[in-house]
Design a protein around this ligand. Sequence first.
Ligand SMILES: [Zn+2]
Length: 62
Amino acid sequence: MASEYVCKKCNRILKGKNCAICNTTDVTDKWKGRVVIFNPDKSEIASKMGITIPGRYALKVK
Ligand SMILES: [Zn+2]
């Protein structure tokens, strides 16, 4: 099972080892929890985490 990587800046769960949103390769596979945001405007979690783009995110990143 291949591990998934998460962007350290925006917490987005990535398909590869770079984040196209932040244009960074500063990623980690040490993360916990998974949240899917469909409507950032209407999501309490999204506003708490500062998420503005729909997608899959990690709740905690080491
Ligand atoms: Zn990012």
